[in-house]
Design a protein around this ligand. Structure first.
Ligand SMILES: [Mn+2]
Length: 227
């Protein structure tokens, strides 16, 4: 069984469909999506529909990203709504063909509410953004680090559990995922021209990428801890 982590999709349905084909998602794979399904790209609605469908036939874990949090918050105040719209929520509403966020289908709110804050296996930790190295993931849930804090490869410290962590959220400008041994960031900015959506096999370091033009490429990360 492969454990595959998939980075920030941001409404890029074409890249997601191309990636599913390129990485050959199979029923015995465990697919861990790192969050930020919505905003910025053209088809947030289509991405959520795709993931809801995928959950019916595949082993899927979906994490919550800060963009899902902003979208859920926007139902609570005008201020939160304005903030979300300025962070790409306008493209999400456009993908639904609606002007009022309350017209998002209940099934899609349920999908977002059901997303996990983090995911942990025997060997790895999965989070959207970053973590506090000397606290358990449960302990740090109340803080915002795992959803909001940018990942800096030069500053990153290993987590106390000793398990490597996989994150998204912070775009790696080279278009390739970045490993520092104890951590791997796989956000490769697929909503921007020149960006890619990344799927990483966390056990082998092999990765696959696809973009909004339907292009594919692949590579491999060195998983030996670096300096
Ligand atoms: Mn994010």
């Amino acid at each position: 069984m492969r454990t595959l982590a998939i980075g920030d999709i941001h409404g890029c349905l074409t890249a997601l469909e191309t990636l599913a084909d390129h990485a050959a998602f199979a029923p015995d794979d465990q697919l861990v999506f790192l969050g930020d399904y919505v905003d910025r790209g053209p088809d947030s609605r289509g991405v959520i529909d795709y993931l809801i469908d995928l959950k019916k036939t595949a082993q899927v874990v979906t994490l919550k990203g800060n963009h899902e949090i902003m979208m859920m918050w926007c139902r609570q105040s005008e201020e939160a709504l304005e903030k979300w719209l300025s962070y790409g929520g306008d493209t999400t509403l456009a993908s639904y063909g609606i002007e009022e966020v309350n017209d998002v289908p209940p099934e899609h709110w349920r999908f977002m509410e059901d997303c996990f804050p983090f995911y942990e296996t025997e060997t790895h930790l999965f989070i959207h953004a970053n973590l506090v190295p000397d606290q358990s993931l449960v302990t740090q849930l109340a803080g915002g680090t795992i959803f909001w804090e940018p990942f800096d490869p030069k500053q990153s410290k290993p987590h106390q559990s000793g398990k490597p962590f996989i994150c998204g959220h912070t775009r790696q400008t080279g278009g390739r995922p970045v490993s520092v041994g104890h951590a791997i960031c796989i956000d490769t900015g697929c909503y921007d021209p020149g960006g890619w959506l990344t799927c990483l096999d966390v056990d082998t370091g092999e990765y696959w990428q696809a973009d909004q033009m339907g292009r594919k490429r692949e590579g491999a990360l060195e998983l030996v801890p670096g300096e």
